[in-house]
Design a binder for this molecule. Structure first.
Ligand SMILES: Cc1cc2nc3c(=O)[nH]c(=O)nc-3n(C[C@H](O)[C@H](O)[C@H](O)COP(=O)(O)OP(=O)(O)OC[C@H]3O[C@@H](n4cnc5c(N)ncnc54)[C@H](O)[C@@H]3O)c2cc1C
Length: 621
């Protein structure tokens, strides 16, 4: 059976990849281990959070699905970090896990050009010229295609561990993928062993809520998707609760630390530094008297609760004893014990920035299999791999976002240029241009690129151009409009500080003591709340944004200095040996990427610039 493209795995990466392919006209097969765990939230029942909310907005801006699905399947929503600047404002929505999965399954099954199939892929097939040609399943079925995307998540040769207990399964007892690792290894990919963990689930009827702090959702709710009507998400929300560990909890964990497979050495896989287990926290932050735990609902019709912050691989008896020392959980019944999961993944430096394999044309990798961790990180890679597989099949250049265009650009550049020694989780601190890469302007930055990739409709693109034009007009009006004497007196009374007659509206808005509401009465243009928000941020942070823009221009100069794909770095004698090796293996696209490779020094970059100048006769500034 022949398809244009095949996607292996219907997790968060696979769903985005398959939809991007099918929505750009590619006949696509999505094959996955079980149709009952589509877009399964194996861990926290939430989408978004710091920097992850940015990724979801960017996925949506490019024409991806995650934002729209969560807007229809959330049970609580909060904008976090609102006390800080807009660069770190981030949406986080508590998901109804079952509803999210069912909704995504429905989207897949109703999508034209897309076939969904249950099965285990055991082998990647290649043609004589070394390019991908299809897949084989454990049932012996062969499906051919010119593009294949591997999004196998945490399932490759996975095993779960808690104390002395160990079992070769996927997460939560789902079946694992037994054969594909060998096939990937045979194609020359470096395989790594990573680990992550999940906390226990408890029966919601056995919790004492009086002893915990209630955490309500926002009112009003802000949707993730730019396409979602804000009125449609103003629902009755379900609260979360906040409680803390204490000395008694810590003592039990410390007394049994030797029984943790993490500390006994049974677990070989590298764990995520920024997603530590509770026993890790006790050891690494021994001076801390208590650790926060959020008690989160998993769904409206689900009586289980998720104990966020208590991920563990301790034996069951230790989990019980430790949990019962926590205020509110003294009598909590554990319905599913915490565990750690080890799994195989690849070193993503074997991939181009398009996520296509350097050595196997047409083969792409996305998601946790690339060494990242998180639904949002996976979905972002899945979307880009889907878009690029489609562009590859259409004989077009790939869409590679650079670090100044989006968190997605930062994520993929870090994975494919630097690689990662542990599960890579996105953070705002990773994005050097974060003031420009805000979640509120993702559409202004990326929707046009989604349109040219064929994933954003004409209608949506026209709406974007209208928004951009309105923003331009709005910023011009702020610049041109000056307050009359009467108006200045009015504003002065409103803000309780002197305002000069003739003050420009943008000058007034840039003041700390003036808000948008003090400006809008004097605007003649009819601006939407979204455009007004952009006018406010662009004006209040103008100085910082302009400075960052200068940094971005300097960055783009290096980024736009291409390096030939077939450059022979071993022939450049004045390069240091380590640099020659690293450059030959990573094969950077441009000088900017070359400069980010660990082991390539600034003096190596100068050598390359001189070499390019001499050999290409071009001015390299
Ligand atoms: C126990 C646990 C704890 C976690 N903890 C965290 C955390 O604390 N923080 C965090 O950010 N993230 C955590 N995660 C990770 C999060 O679940 C993943 O990041 C996310 O699900 C990755 O998405 P993905 O699409 O790459 O893969 P997955 O969601 O894992 O989906 C992979 C899909 O591939 C399918 N598949 C695999 N092999 C084959 C095959 N050979 N043939 C056909 N189909 C196949 C599977 O059926 C599955 O549908 C945790 C995951 C687990 C399991």
């Amino acid at each position: 059976m022949h398809y244009d493209a095949i996607v292996i795995g219907a997790g968060h990466a696979g769903c985005e990849a398959a939809l991007a392919l099918a929505r750009t006209g590619q006949k696509t097969l999505l094959i996955t281990l079980t149709l009952d765990a589509i877009a399964h939230m194996a861990c926290n029942p939430a989408i978004g959070g710091t920097s992850k909310g940015h990724l979801v907005r960017e996925i949506d801006a490019l024409g991806g699905q995650m934002g729209r699905t969560i807007d229809g399947a959330f049970i609580q929503s909060r904008m976090i970090n609102t006390k800080k600047g807009p660069a770190v404002h981030s949406l986080r929505a508590q998901a109804d896990k079952a509803k999210y999965s069912a909704s995504m399954k429905n989207t897949l099954l109703t999508q034209q050009n897309l076939t969904l199939l249950q099965g285990e892929v055991s082998e990647l097939l290649t043609a004589e010229n070394g390019s991908i040609s299809g897949v084989k399943t454990t049932h012996g079925a062969v499906y051919s295609a010119k593009a294949v995307i591997v999004t196998t998540g945490v399932y490759l040769k996975s095993r779960i561990l808690a104390g002395e207990f160990c079992e070769e399964t996927g997460p939560g007892g789902l079946m694992r993928s037994n054969h594909l690792t060998e096939s990937i290894k045979n194609l020359g990919f470096p395989i790594m062993r990573f680990k992550t963990g999940t906390p226990p689930r408890i029966n919601k009827h056995t919790v004492d809520y009086e002893k915990m702090e209630v955490q309500p959702g926002d009112d009003p709710v802000v949707p993730f998707s730019f396409l979602t009507d804000p009125d449609s998400v103003q629902i009755t929300q379900v609260p979360c609760y906040l409680t803390y560990t204490n000395e008694a909890t810590h003592n039990i964990l410390r007394a049994n630390i030797h029984r943790s497979p993490m500390y006994s050495g049974v677990i070989k896989g590298m764990g995520a530094r920024y997603c530590p287990s509770i026993e890790d926290k006790i050891v690494r932050f021994a001076d801390k008297e208590r650790h926060q735990l959020f008690i989160e609902p998993e769904g409206l019709d689900n009586d289980e609760l998720y104990v966020q912050g208590f991920s563990s691989s301790m034996p069951y008896d230790v989990q019980e004893a430790a949990l019962h020392t926590i205020p509110g959980l003294e009598h909590a019944q554990i319905t599913r014990y915490a565990y750690a999961i080890e799994y195989d993944c690849i070193d993503a430096t074997a991939l181009f920035g398009s996520l296509m394999a350097k050595e196997v044309p047409g083969l792409f990798f996305a998601g946790q299999v690339n060494g990242s961790s998180g639904y949002e990180e996976a979905a972002a890679q899945g979307l880009m791999a889907g878009i690029n597989a489609s562009l590859y099949l259409r004989g077009k250049d790939p869409l590679i976002l650079d670090r100044s265009q989006g968190y997605i650009g930062v994520l993929i550049d870090d994975l494919t240029t630097l690689g990662t020694p542990e599960p890579y989780r996105m953070m705002t601190s990773r994005a050097e241009y974060r003031l420009t890469l805000r979640q509120d302007n993702a559409d202004l930055r990326l929707t046009e690129l989604g349109y040219h990739a064929g994933l954003v409709s004409e209608e949506r693109y026209a709406a974007l151009l209208q928004k951009k034009a309105a923003l331009d007009a709005g910023l011009k009006e702020l610049e041109a409009r000056r307050l009359s004497l009467t108006e200045a007196e009015e504003v002065s009374r409103a803000i309780g500080a002197p305002v000069q007659s003739g003050t420009q509206l943008n000058t007034l808005l840039a003041r700390n003591d003036a808000q948008l509401c003090h400006i809008t009465p004097y605007l003649t243009g009819d601006y939407t709340p979204a455009v007004l928000r952009q006018m406010e941020i662009s004006t209040k942070y103008r100085g910082y944004i302009q400075r960052q823009q200068r940094d971005i221009e300097a960055f783009l100069k290096m980024e736009h200095t291409p390096l030939p794909e077939d450059m022979d770095y071993s022939a450049i004698g004045s390069l240091r040996i380590e640099a020659r090796e690293k450059l030959s293996r990573i094969r950077p696209r441009n000088l900017g990427q070359a400069g980010r490779i660990s082991g390539v020094s600034p003096s190596d970059i100068s050598v390359l610039m001189v070499y390019l100048k001499r050999h290409q006769g071009e001015e390299v500034q």
